[in-house]
Ligand binder design. Structure first.
Ligand code: CO
Length: 502
């Protein structure tokens, strides 16, 4: 074996172990959200801290850094077709980030995140921000320290963003939102006026077993492999890739409204399909990992909204739903139903928001967390700041914090910089739609016939199989032929909603 090959093998071995440790941490996280008893939190916090320390030690070790630099000196640079170069580029990024962080800080963040999660659950139940505040303060403080250690050129928030979306900056996001928010506010008002009187013309109960059957039929049809994944019930739905052949998705069910759980599952299955189609032969290296949260979210939002909330989709699925729930749905009219599931209305809860108002919810969170990390907003002032911004953007008074700043899980996990990836996901999804429609013009007819294979193949070949070969924006550029921009999203929303509501 050549010395280069040998060193590369050594690095592969190191990062295979790191990948295993990270996957174990995700499994514990999944368990915490699904089955762990409440009193297990203290032990789980320690387990988490231990794993984070081990990962940090392994990635930031002198040996890892040395191997990476030695190989970088001999590898053909900047060629994304060169597998070794891609792995080294991404490993160096991982190494540089970890190396700048003191072990103590990594451990402490990991521990506090578990404890804060439990405090947040209680605070949210009682709608009492003060229950969450001490741990929230500590997480903001630790995250600001983290940003300082990592370094940044303009905003400390950039250092945190980069973890979820490589290369994203507050400056670029500000620009993006400034082009997106005004047309969305206008569109919200217009469509809200038109869809105001629209009533749900179906009512439950929809037995959970039937809902599960229906969701499973749908996700298997779009390409989720049930022999390599499972569905569990949680309070806050998510999906997680444990490793090849093991992808967990979760949802919550509403007995009165089958669409809630259904769209939730469709969303998480979109994430799951991406995870399941990453190249297994590269597992343990960056080529076997998803490229960013923004691209991940583009996959889930594409299936949930662009496909799942289309008329074509329901012309195929409504008859199936009627077969499962004959009593409750037999009289349901396709056109009315499609309008109901696309109703636009300013509302409090992000995860229940329609496609038009959704990104306004994200913009609000982006503003607040940027201000927190930049030290311009104090943690105790978040409820007030939230409520004022909410009124400005969505025109509603927030009646209590559980419907306001306590609704999301992210900050309790110390995930600052995560939220903007949702809007990036929507932007990418609309770009994907545009490109896909150009390449496969008969796409709607296919969806109406329940034929999803061509879409699945397109996404697999253009997005999934590339792992981290390209940067997120380059991957989108390769797949769609265009630089990321918010125009396709605005165009998609304006066209869709003017067709639906006139
Ligand atoms: Co998602």
């Amino acid at each position: 074996m050549s010395p280069t090959k040998n060193k590369f093998e050594q690095l592969c071995h190191i990062f295979k172990e790191v990948t295993h440790l990270r996957s174990v941490r995700r499994l514990l996280n999944w368990d915490q959200e699904t089955y762990m008893p409440q009193k297990g939190q203290t032990n789980r916090a320690e387990q988490n801290a231990t794993l984070s320390r081990l990962i940090h030690k392994q990635v930031a070790s002198k040996k890892t850094g040395q191997l990476i630099e030695e190989l970088f000196a001999v590898v053909e640079p900047k060629n994304p077709d060169n597998d070794m170069y891609v792995c080294l580029r991404q490993w160096r990024r991982d190494f540089n980030r970890q190396k700048k962080l003191p072990t103590k800080l990594v451990e402490e963040l990991s521990r506090q995140a578990v404890l804060a999660h439990e405090a947040w659950v209680k605070a949210r139940e009682r709608s009492d921000f003060s229950v969450f505040l001490p741990l929230f303060k500590s997480l903001v403080h630790l995250s600001r320290q983290k940003a300082k250690c990592l370094g940044f050129s303009k905003s400390p928030y950039d250092a945190l963003l980069d973890e979820y979306e490589q290369g994203a900056t507050a400056y670029e996001l500000d620009k993006l939102f400034s082009r997106l928010v005004p047309p969305l506010k206008t569109l919200t008002q217009k469509v809200f006026d038109k869809s105001r009187g629209l009533a749900k013309e179906f009512s439950g109960p929809f037995p959970i077993s039937g809902q599960k059957t229906m969701a499973q039929i749908a996700i298997v049809k779009i390409g989720f492999d049930m022999t390599a994944g499972r569905i569990d019930t949680v309070v806050h739905p998510f999906s997680t890739k444990i490793g090849p052949g093991d992808c967990r998705i979760t949802t919550r069910w509403n007995i009165q409204d089958f669409t809630e759980g259904f769209f939730g599952i469709l969303h998480e299955a979109g994430h799951g399909i991406y995870s399941q189609n990453l190249p297994t032969k590269w597992y343990g290296t960056p080529l076997g990992e998803s490229v960013s949260l923004g691209v991940h979210e583009s996959q889930s939002r594409f299936w949930e909204n662009i496909v799942g909330r289309s008329r074509a989709f329901w012309s195929h699925f409504l008859p199936i739903a009627k077969g499962i729930f004959p009593g409750s749905l037999c009289m349901l009219d396709l056109d009315k139903f499609v309008r109901v599931i696309n109703k636009v209305e300013p509302s409090y809860i992000r995860v229940e928001a329609d496609e038009v108002t959704y990104n306004l919810h994200i913009y609000l969170r982006f503003v607040i967390e940027k201000e927190l990390i930049e030290g311009k907003l104090q943690p105790e002032d978040v409820p007030d700041r939230w409520n004022r911004l909410f009124k400005e953007l969505l025109g509603l008074e927030v009646p209590k914090d559980s419907m306001g700043c306590l609704q999301d899980v992210h900050w309790s996990g110390g995930s600052f910089g995560y939220f903007p990836t949702y809007t990036l996901g929507n932007i990418y999804a609309a770009m994907i739609r545009e490109a896909l429609t150009k390449e496969i013009p008969e796409i709607e007819t296919m969806i109406s016939a329940g034929e999803f294979q061509p879409i699945f193949n397109w996404l697999r070949d253009k997005i999934h199989i590339h792992g981290q070969r390209f940067s997120p924006t380059d991957l989108i550029r390769h797949a769609t032929g265009k630089k990321p921009s918010s125009e396709p999203l605005i165009h998609y929303l304006e066209t869709k909603f003017s067709q639906l509501f006139g």
